[in-house]
Design a protein around this ligand. Structure first.
Ligand code: ASP
Length: 441
């Protein structure tokens, strides 16, 4: 252990002076929390607008020669002023606002203008903590195609930050050649946290927000589902695929293989353990069978029947290519002896369906092609689940018990999930049944 934690506080955690005070208390309660990454102030209430969105809008208005961009920038300045007053610090927001205004007029691009959201709040936060501010533009370097220059970033970020015992760093952007600001995708302050955790070889990255809970099933379907306390990066990826967006894939990619864990924590309950994400489950982690049940509706299965398929060569390659050329991902593949099904979700498929079928007919001359719709896919996710005896019996008895017909099964080769296809109308029933059989202890 290096006794070094990178803590990332999201938009909610810096949306008000009150939340910033809470965040500061959390930071000061553990001396290992030395490098703090912040997002721009987020929503204070449901109908509020994030500073990032306001800045995107202001830039768009300016580009469209709409004068109202000035009012919008003023509103952003007022938000910061409220935070500054609430924190009781001295900070010249007028000067920062004037600077942003000038940058707009000078033709700075949207990335630069929007990045000021995190830049200014990081400076304010640093002032409140009495810690140095270090600009992400001097730590995180991107290539001209926008990808991370890993070598330069990891060495230079480590070198620069080694000069600071503590620092506050704005999230969400890096620079190309130390000059031009380039934003990460939305929600990208987590990526900044992961890059710095990696550069500093941190003990772990913390992600602080208003939610610390990843549920083992959708709470709108299952009443009071269990909270996942420990989950592996691989499992989290499967969850992300099933539409539960806890963390960006890039963050997982940066941390997983170097073994840096991630803690998901709630600023309102700092003592709650939250969810711990790691490459391997900590010893002693108890699970009934799986970690969670997650699913998505509205898939389609394209079924292709061809006699002699079992002996034919290159059929898959031909058919895949037809979808790939149209940028339609084939999400799952299920094979029989004389038929196979491609499971997909992309709306482009409906538009291009006739020409795709025509091309498949010309390419492999099948006996039949058909499409089945209203298919839901439900994943039972849990690393090492394959070693559980009677796993399938347990799942399918539960499904049969609620009178649901299984339309497909797919067990990944990585022992991480079983994917079960049912009719859309049976989605909720099946999720509940699987939850009771596989998660509840
Ligand atoms: N402020 C940016 C956004 O709203 C980045 C972030 O919050 O992570 O997307």
């Amino acid at each position: 252990m290096n006794n070094l934690i990178v803590s990332k506080f999201g938009g909610y955690s810096v949306a008000t002076a009150e939340n910033i005070k809470k965040a500061a208390e959390i930071i000061k309660s553990n001396t290992a929390r030395r490098y703090i990454v912040v997002s721009a102030p987020g929503r204070r209430s449901r109908d509020d607008i994030k500073v990032t969105d306001m800045l995107f809008m202001a830039h768009a208005m300016f580009s469209n020669k709409e004068k109202s961009y000035e009012d919008l920038l003023k509103k952003v300045a007022v938000r910061y002023q409220e935070i500054i007053d609430g924190l009781g610090i001295n900070f010249d927001i007028e000067a920062e606002a004037a600077d942003s205004m000038k940058s707009l007029v000078l033709g700075k691009n949207a990335d630069y203008i929007v990045s000021r959201g995190e830049y200014v709040i990081a400076k304010i936060f640093a002032e409140y903590l009495g810690w140095p501010f270090v600009d992400a533009a001097d730590l995180i370097f991107l290539k001209s195609n926008g990808t991370l220059d890993e070598e330069k970033t990891f060495t230079e970020a480590a070198e620069v930050l080694s000069k600071y015992e503590h620092a506050v760093i704005p999230g969400f952007y890096g620079s190309i050649g130390g000059m031009n600001i380039k934003l990460f995708p939305r929600g990208g302050a987590d990526i900044t946290g992961a890059i710095l955790a990696r550069a500093l070889n941190a003990d772990f990255l913390e992600k602080w927000s208003e939610t610390s809970q990843i549920f083992s099933a959708d709470p709108s379907i299952v009443e009071n589902p269990e909270i996942i306390r420990n989950i592996t990066y691989q499992e989290l990826r499967e969850l992300t695929y099933m539409g539960i967006n806890v963390i960006d894939e890039d963050v997982i990619f940066l941390l997983q293989h170097v073994g840096i864990p991630l803690f998901i924590k709630n600023i309102h309950y700092p003592d709650d353990v939250g969810t711990f994400v790691s490459e391997e489950l900590p010893e002693g982690t108890k699970r009934e069978v799986a970690a969670c049940i997650a699913g998505l509706r509205h898939y389609k299965a394209v079924k292709i029947e061809k006699f002699g398929l079992n002996k034919a060569h290159g059929i898959g390659e031909k058919v895949w290519g037809i979808f790939a050329r149209r940028n339609i991902p084939c999400e799952h593949y299920i094979s029989g002896i004389y038929n196979f099904s491609i499971i997909l979700k992309n709306p482009m498929f409906d538009l291009k369906r006739n020409e795709i079928f025509e091309e498949i007919r010309n390419a492999i001359n099948p006996e039949n092609i058909s499409v089945e719709s209203e298919l839901s896919l439900i994943a039972v996710i849990g690393k090492g689940m394959g070693t559980v005896k009677g796993l399938f019996a347990r799942a399918f008895n539960a499904i049969a018990g609620v009178d649901v017909k299984v339309r497909m099964i797919n067990q990944g080769s990585d022992d991480l999930n079983i994917i079960i296809g049912v009719d859309d109308k049976d989605f909720e029933k099946t999720v509940k049944a699987l939850y009771n059989a596989m998660i509840l202890s």
